[in-house]
Design a protein. Structure first.
Length: 65
């Protein structure tokens, strides 16, 4: 028999607070993929640098510009 899954149980799982917290402000950290274009002088072309960054309220201005 299938397990009974209600809307309330789905919402409680979605809003659970199991993530990492910022040591400065205590806010929940959100992982964001940061893509920046870099100019290569050797090949005279642009390449994209992708990296994952954790963002919270205290460092979002530094990350987003």
């Amino acid at each position: 028999m299938a397990k009974d899954r209600t809307f309330a149980s789905k919402m409680s799982k979605a809003h659970s607070d199991d993530g990492n917290h910022c040591p400065k402000c205590g806010e929940l950290l959100t992982s964001v993929k940061l893509v920046s274009a870099e100019h290569s002088k050797r090949t005279n072309a642009y390449r994209f640098n992708e990296r994952m960054v954790s963002v919270c309220k205290c460092n979002e201005k530094e990350v987003y510009g």
